[in-house]
Design a protein around this ligand. Sequence first.
Ligand code: F6P
Length: 356
Amino acid sequence: MKVGILTSGGDCSGLNAVIRSIGLTLMNNVKNVEILGIPEGYGGLIRGESYRLERNDFEGILGLGGTILGTSRQPFKKMTVAEENGTTRLEKMCRNYRKMGLDCLFTLGGAGTHKTAALLCMEGCNVIGLPKTIDNDIFGTDVTFGFQSAVEVATESIDRIYTTAASHRRTMLVEVMGNKAGWLTLHSGIASGADAILLPEIPYEPDELCELIEKRQKDSRSCTIIAIAEGALPKSEVKLKKEERRFVRTERGETTGTQHLAEILQANTGVETRVSVLGYLQRGGTPCAFDRLLSTRLGGFAALQAANGNFGVTVAVNGERIVYNALADIAGKYKYVDPKGKLVRLGRLTGISFGD
Ligand code: F6P
């Protein structure tokens, strides 16, 4: 059996732990298995690059951040567009899949990666997806690997920001990644006891936040901590299309939405307000124990699916169990925070403002 592994899209902690688990499970349980690493995600497959992974390559990588294979972003919408010689990237990938003589391709990636994986399946390639992302927005799985490690980093960062904010009696806006989903902000915001949590799924009203800050001032609270998702929007911008929003923001000479909100809060409350963008710190570094375990479970389960000839699926977490979903059923779908869901309700019960 000959399999290929690639990691695609933004990296996260746990990718190497999954690669290791797939590799070791196959080597220990399947006779005559050959494992190829495909460098830089779909980029490597488009170019037809691969190299053999040996048992030694899986040594010492369980706790290593990033991906030993490298990664790249390859936009889904470009996959079926004809390039030079009239060939599409999809055609190149299928041709190279066959040239490499693969029986199965493991694609470790987020929602975009899964969409392309579903396309490859439709073209007759045997693909098994694995759900990676700090955003936790992949449909059909309770959790993705990489998410919990990012939650740990964001939570510790907000804890640290709290002490400096309290010393200076400031308002702090801590911007958390997550693309259009608020999972990372919601989990780390609750875990760090943020005073307000702003999510893409719950548009905010700046006036509500001003009131919150003023009330906290009146109550002699030392500071206000606001965890804001990078995709959070004020109510006034919700109905705008992406291009219109960009236009409005450029007109206002705005750097980022978070910076703009900070200026409004400072101007209206008189409380010194600062922004801290956590950025790539949330993606880098060693996976937490939860992610090492989850990655090992997902990788092992995916390897067994390959050994059993169960292709065209992506592995997933459903409660206590690792399961699989048809790639065709989940491709193009996302999982967002339910504004009426348990965690948001819990947050409200404990007095967290969602700015709405
Ligand atoms: O999808 C993971 C993620 O880290 C998002 O949270 C973020 O919006 C995006 O990737 C950043 O992408 P890039 O690495 O291309 O800057």
